[in-house]
Design a protein around this ligand. Structure first.
Ligand code: ATP
Ligand code: MG
Length: 410
């Protein structure tokens, strides 16, 4: 990709009301554009990053037998009325709108009710179970305070997975598979060693739900953990009763701020019962489907990664999610010719800054954009038959023979 071809430009300043470091950098580096408070557009670089995260999640879910679908963002009020979640008093973040022909619609804040209703068409017998269905879908939430850039927005990309099992035992087996898949996902996106499976409140049916919390100074949640972090609790469940159950004292726990990057819930019959999702078992008996739901805030994960790794100069992407692997800068005509050829041979992995700017500006933009490896070819390095390879994360610089560089092999 040639930088001169992109409409998105780096900016000197971020909007004044944007306080999160990640949001300032994402805007300045041309990854996102702010529409209004809590609403962002994903620009070409940002979209690629988001898609990389999405693909890692997709691979891990497909590997445990999940199936992808995409549901509508406009939602029928009926199933929500049946579950008791249509009223603004029950769910305070609804965006609702009126149909020209009369009646009200909701803009998807989540999909338990619609997918439970959808499955009534396809689940009749025990032979139809289990079903593990997920989507990447835009959610709308009328959050009172949109803050922290893309980490809390009014329109965001969520991966939501729903499981439909015949009974609790088969549900539990799948729940454990999701726990492991989530662990792999957070490892692959670069958050493995700072993300913890956390006990959180689980509503009325199961005692706890699990959240995946990434340690982050600007995170909105507070988590408590013991010395080896084998027990991690969301502040909301740190009660004398729970401390007793885990046989720990509050004084032995440390606390830290964290951002919720995902969660998993045992729903049991919470939605299948009021919405009448049942199946006929081997003996011809009617049973209610046992459900679970599993979310990941895909755009929030991108914001958390940006926030976590950014330094004083800009973004620093882990390689697995970075929009490009290499950021190529050339200085001088001979170097530019090599650069052109290198970029045309590897358009998907190289971002070539071919703009007519001073090298200093290009270097500053490379730091801001955070692509993992910078390749610098100049007439000076060429005199030594080499190019310079610079790690964005560590600043480590190596001189590599130009033949190796043009093969992207060093
Ligand atoms: P939170 O406690 O942060 O408000 P939640 O518990 O309401 O989130 P869910 O409804 O379970 O979250 O959504 C699944 C995931 O979607 C969350 O774990 C989080 O990563 C992400 N998410 C939730 N709300 C937002 C938002 N307003 N903006 C961006 N991501 C969000
Ligand atoms: Mg939460």
């Amino acid at each position: 990709m040639k930088l001169s071809h992109s409409f998105a430009k780096t900016l000197r300043d971020a909007p004044k009301d944007e306080t999160a470091k990640s949001a300032q950098y994402l805007i300045r580096a041309g990854y996102v554009h702010k529409e209004m408070a809590g609403v962002y557009d994903f620009l070409p670089l940002g979209l690629k990053t988001l898609k990389n995260i999405e693909n890692i999640i997709r691979e891990e879910l497909d590997a445990i037998g999940c199936e992808e679908l995409q549901m509508s963002a406009l939602q029928n009020s009926e199933p929500w009325q049946k579950s008791g979640r249509w009223a603004d008093q029950a769910v305070d973040i609804w965006f609702k709108t009126k149909l020209a022909s009369g009646g009200e619609l909701g803009l998807a804040p989540t999909h338990e009710e619609p997918i439970t209703t959808l499955m009534k068409t396809y689940i009749k017998s025990y032979k139809d179970l289990p079903i593990y269905a997920y989507q990447f879908q835009t959610k709308f939430r009328n959050e009172l305070r949109a803050k922290s850039g893309i980490m809390r927005t009014r329109e965001f990309l969520m991966k939501d997975l729903y499981s439909f099992c015949p009974d609790e035992a088969s549900h539990n087996a799948f729940y454990h598979k999701v726990e492991k898949a989530y662990k792999r996902i957070y490892e692959r996106v670069g958050l493995g060693d700072c993300t913890y499976q956390t006990f959180a409140s689980g509503g009325i049916f199961s005692k706890y739900s699990h959240e995946f919390q990434t340690l982050l100074p600007v995170g909105e949640d507070t988590i408590y953990y013991n010395a080896d972090k084998s027990i991690v609790l969301n502040e909301e469940v740190v009660t004398p009763e729970v401390l007793d159950e885990f046989d720990i004292k509050k004084a032995d726990l440390s606390s830290e701020n964290a951002a919720e990057v995902g969660n998993i819930f045992t729903l049991k019959y919470k939605y299948s019962e009021p919405l009448g999702l049942d199946y006929t078992d081997k003996d011809g008996q009617k049973n209610t489907v046992f459900m679970g739901c599993y979310g990941i805030g895909v755009s929030r994960v991108m914001g958390v990664i940006a926030e976590k790794f950014a330094d004083a100069k800009g973004l620093v992407w882990p390689e697995a999610v970075a929009p490009y692997k290499y950021h190529l800068i050339t200085i001088g005509d001979a170097a530019a010719e090599i650069g052109q050829n290198l970029e045309s041979a590897h358009q998907d992995t190289i971002l070539y800054d071919d703009r007519d700017l001073r090298p200093g500006e290009k270097f500053a933009d490379a730091e801001l954009m955070g692509i993992p490896t910078r390749i610098v070819i100049s007439d000076k390095t060429l005199e030594k038959g080499c190019a310079e390879i610079v790690s964005r994360a560590t600043g480590e610089t190596k001189l590599i023979p130009i033949e190796k560089v043009t093969n992207l092999d060093w």
